[in-house]
Design a protein around this ligand. Sequence first.
Ligand SMILES: Nc1ncnc2c1ncn2[C@@H]1O[C@H](COP(=O)(O)OP(=O)(O)OP(=O)(O)O)[C@@H](O)[C@H]1O
Length: 292
Amino acid sequence: MPVKDQDANNSSAAAETDDAAYAKERFAAPDAATVGTVESADSNMSARDVNVWYGDIHAIQGVTLEIGRNEVIALIGPSGCGKSTFLRCLNRMNDTIESARVTGQILLDGQDIYSKDIDPVALRARVGMVFQKPNPFPKSIYDNVAYGPRIHGLAASRAELDDIVHGSLERAGLLKEVRDRIDEPGTSLSGGQQQRLCIARTIAVNPEVILMDEPCSALDPIATARIEDLIDELSQNYAIVIVTHSMQQAARVSQRVAYFHLGRLVEVDETDRVFTNPRHKLTEDYITGRFG
Ligand SMILES: Nc1ncnc2c1ncn2[C@@H]1O[C@H](COP(=O)(O)OP(=O)(O)OP(=O)(O)O)[C@@H](O)[C@H]1O
């Protein structure tokens, strides 16, 4: 057989194999292993076979996922599929829920965050969290940002603390707007400004990872756009894991998307790939609006 034909033959055999693998993945049962790439080339956090129960409810089932340094990964899926539960595992916020039980392993820089040696308060400085509803403390704008550095002893002097507060407000894109009113209550700001204040508060303690649980759901489109721009800038320095109900938002801000369904991680891959060519039928049904 001429070489050319042989090549053609080989490539068509390869295509058939690819198609068979593709079909197998795509129509896999919902309880099959995650489709796509759970690994990250430069992993900062790594969840291995994580399960969460609330009493008898098995809310997260065998989830394995790596989070890369300087990447934005979006967690998407229908209501109640476990996105927030999984997010809260990453900085042990589930510890605060009495009925919650977590098994498996979550590593931050190779260290098990559930080990006895880990102080959850110190962990939550390294893995910060921004919530759905902006929740500034009932304190001044300055004290909101200074709170973390004070309790973690990050500033040796008032001048150092001032630098941290101003730097954090600057990186959160808020300094210009609040420079002249820094002693006013954080709650006097608009919703979008309050959310940027909460982001400034989070970055003031030098986190490695920032968790965001639907950070824009209480904001108007302009405030949302500002937070999305900020997410893009922050990703130069931090890994960001964001839960969002908006597929448009996931497409705008993330490099990878993880699709959850009934407590399982069904598919994870590059954002473009998931939205243009989902490999699992459940992912396709969700992104085409057939359910959720
Ligand atoms: N504190 C809790 N106590 C008992 N069950 C809980 C608790 N929090 C969540 N659950 C249950 O765990 C499952 C996953 O909930 P979770 O809030 O993580 O889902 P989600 O995907 O973030 O949902 P949503 O998009 O609606 O916020 C659901 O069945 C939910 O009812």
